[in-house]
Every structure is written in C-alpha cells, then in structure tokens.
Design a protein around this ligand. Structure first.
Ligand code: HEC
Length: 107
C-alpha cells in the first residue's frame, strides 16, 4: 500500500504543477489551437495566410505592439478590450488563451 502521506505529497505537487501550467502558455499546443480554433482563417502569421487574411491582418511581430496581458484580455473579450472590434469571440479556456498567446508572441 502507498503511504498516505506520500500520496498527499504527490497530489500536492501535481496541483502545484497544474497551477504553474495554467499561467505559462505552451507554444506547441498554441500552434495546434491556432489552426483548430480557425484563427488561421483571418490572419497571416509566419508566411501562412488564410482565405480571409485581409480581414484580420498579420500577427507577425505582435509582441512589438501588444503584451501578453492585452492579448489575453482581447481573446477573452474582443469588443471590451478594443472598442469596435469585429473579430468574433471564440470560446477558449484560460489554458488555451495562454497557449495561443505564447504561440503568437513566439513569432
Ligand atoms: C473571422 C475572422 C477572424 C478570426 C476567425 C480570428 N480573428 Fe483575430 N482578428 C480579426 C480582426 C478583423 C482583427 C482586427 C481587430 C478587430 O476588428 O477585432 C483581429 C485582431 C486580432 C488580434 C489583435 C491584433 C493586433 O494587431 O492588435 C489578435 C491577437 C488576434 N486577432 C488573434 C486571433 C486568434 C488567436 C484567433 C483564433 C482564436 C483569431 N484571431 C481569430 C479577425 C479574426
């Protein structure tokens, strides 16, 4: 039988690493989400442009213009962050937002 105190320690460290995870986006996962959430339809990034790229424009060098906090807020609530925004709000979890932000800022 596994010692109860050891079990508690294992669960504790799993929770701590899950917490750290939620704040740090993962570039690799972000790249997958960028396609699966159809962001690529309306944007150009790293030479890839979708059929409606004119609409959303380029996300290259996004980091020179926007910081992570702004991007996260914008993805959560486009019109609340950028008055008059026309980008549709996509349902995303905090983790997905962090991953997408990390991906975009890596380009
Ligand atoms: C239907 C087209 C469309 C889709 C799909 C779309 N966008 Fe956009 N996006 C826009 C438009 C248009 C803008 C310009 C600002 C506005 O009108 O909201 C924009 C702006 C942005 C900006 C701000 C760029 C800047 O320079 O300030 C970011 C970041 C962004 N989009 C990321 C995403 C991500 C991530 C997704 C996928 C979850 C996504 N977009 C999906 C159309 C789209």
């Amino acid at each position: 039988m596994i010692h109860p105190r050891l079990t508690a320690a294992l669960i504790g460290s799993a929770l701590i690493s899950a917490g750290a995870f939620a704040q740090d986006g993962n570039v690799q996962r972000g790249a997958g989400l960028y396609v699966s959430k159809t962001c690529n339809l309306c944007h150009t990034l790293a030479g890839e442009s979708g059929p409606m790229a004119e609409m959303g424009g380029s996300l290259d060098n996004l980091g020179s213009k926007r910081d992570a906090a702004w991007i996260r807020a914008y993805l959560k609530d486009p019109t609340g962050t950028l008055p008059g925004a026309t980008m549709p709000k996509t349902e995303l979890t905090e983790q997905e937002i962090a991953d997408l932000t990390a991906f975009m800022l890596a380009h």
